[in-house]
Design a protein around this ligand. Sequence first.
Ligand SMILES: [Zn+2]
Length: 278
Amino acid sequence: MMEERGLEPGSPPGPARPARAGTTTLVAVRITVIGCSGSFPGPEGPASCYLLEAEGFRLLLDLGSGAVGALQRHASLDSIDAVCLSHHHADHCLDICPFWVARTYGPDGRLPRIPVYGPAGTAVRMAQAYGMDSRPGMTEAFDFVTLAPGSREIGPFQVTLAHMNHPVETFGFRVEYAGRALAYSADTGNCPVLVGLASQADVLLCEASYLSGPDPGPDMHLTARQAAEHAARAGAGRLILTHLVPWNDQQRSLAEASAVSYDGTLSLAAPGQVIALG
Ligand SMILES: [Zn+2]
């Protein structure tokens, strides 16, 4: 297995450009890790949030605790076109609250409504999180769209969704554009469906919340080793371990994943890391 330790933090902001036939240098999709801390923010960065850009369209996968702060280093809050929430745990969705404030009360007035995709009940869950009545709740700022397993278009992306193995309804994502594919596990325990979702993907962003040790139960999170086993079964080209819990030793997570027979490249996610596809 190849270990890839050279991350790409600090790439300059700006829209990813569409790929063109006959050229090899343009980036089709750019993925920026806004936050990859598992379960709660860490000293170096926020909880789960990933910025995907193609054709100038900006999609956020998850908006976890603390993400709105770090996001502003990479994209202005008025430039986001859509948000996809994998599930309703706080470390994946709660920064919808400050995002709503920024898009509602800015000096230029309320910004145009954008779609927020999430599991059933997202609009009510977010209104409750802010302590407001559910009508109108945040619906004047966000067009809440309920997700279901299957495929749909979001901006220029083809997004395939599947249920993961987690205590609340949770979606994993496969995002495709210009022949490139990113898979994202969100939160999950052992999940054969994730293997299908990530089949032959260029990149699998896979949660690795646990280190090896006493069995924590099958339906919550993956160990780093299990993440690598899922990537190997899927034939994913590159595995990036994410949802890294602050109390764990990240190098031990990397070492445990490295023990799996996996032909792709392996690395740890890091805040500010930019992954170019295309
Ligand atoms: Zn969760």
